[in-house]
Every structure is written in C-alpha cells, then in structure tokens.
Write a protein that binds this ligand. Structure first.
Ligand code: CU
Length: 151
C-alpha cells in the first residue's frame, strides 16, 4: 500500500466564500420595571447578510428588529408605528400574557400611517427564556418577519 495516501484537502476558513457574520441587532433593556420603545415598521434599504438591499420591510430600518430584554413582572410598552403599505400589528410567541386589549392581541389592526401603543404586562413569575415577536396582517398565517425577544 502506498504510504503517500491522499488526504482530503482542508480548506482554510479564510478561503471560503462565507456569508457575512450575523450582526447582533440592537438591544433594548427594561428600566425600573418597564421597557418603553417605538418600533417603526417601514420599507427601505437594509443590510441582510452583509448585502445592501432595497425595499426591505424593517423595524427602525433594521431587517432584524431589536432584542428586547425584560425581567419577570416588567411592562413592555412598545408603540408600533406603521409606515408599511398594509395593515400591521404586533404578535409574540411564548409569552404568558393577556391576548386582550392593547396586550398581545393579534386582532388589533394598525392601519398604514397610524400607530398603536401596546402594553404587555409580564407576570412576576414569568419563566425566563427566548421569545419572539413579529408583525402580522389580519391573519396570523401572513407572517412577514420574526424577531427575538427574551424575558
Ligand atoms: Cu406569531
């Protein structure tokens, strides 16, 4: 047997044509029991995997919306400003919160050019974890994007 066996060539990481590393989105922390922010849903330029794109549907101009960090018992007070060309809303996954009123209510409709202040109260015994928020139109199956939220 030939001792000069052929070893598979190992490609150096630097030589690969790798996509851009995931860029950590902005982080917004709660303060004194409340996280208050505005997320503007808009269409415009954005960077996705290191590439500039136009007409992206974004939160505050970012393709991946900010990470919202809250503690159990905190109030998530987020205003959604709709600059999109269609109805929108805010929806979360996994939070143990009310689905009524201005809380995690998928039936709220924010018309183009309008805004809504959500007040989502986390219970004091809310489990820690990684949760999600995203927008929908009137039907949850028409999801257009998703973002991280951890409590
Ligand atoms: Cu959802």
């Amino acid at each position: 047997m030939d001792e000069k066996c052929v070893r598979p060539s190992l490609e150096r990481c630097e030589e690969r044509n790798l996509p851009a590393a995931f860029a950590e989105p902005p982080v917004i922390l709660s303060n004194h029991g409340e996280l208050r922010t505005t997320l503007t849903e808009q269409v415009g330029p954005a960077t996705i995997a290191g590439q500039q794109v136009s007409d992206a549907w974004t939160y505050n101009g970012s393709y991946v919306g900010p990470t919202l960090v809250l503690n159990p018992g905190d109030l998530l007070n987020v205003t959604i400003a709709n600059n999109l060309p269609e109805v929108t809303n805010l929806h979360t996954h996994g939070l143990h919160v009310s689905p009524l009123g201005n809380s995690d209510n998928v039936f709220l409709q924010i018309m183009p050019g309008e805004s809504n202040e959500y007040r989502i109260q986390l219970p004091i015994n809310h489990p820690q974890g990684l949760y999600w928020y995203h927008r929908t139109t009137t039907a949850p199956s028409t999801t257009r994007s998703s973002k991280a939220c951890r409590a």
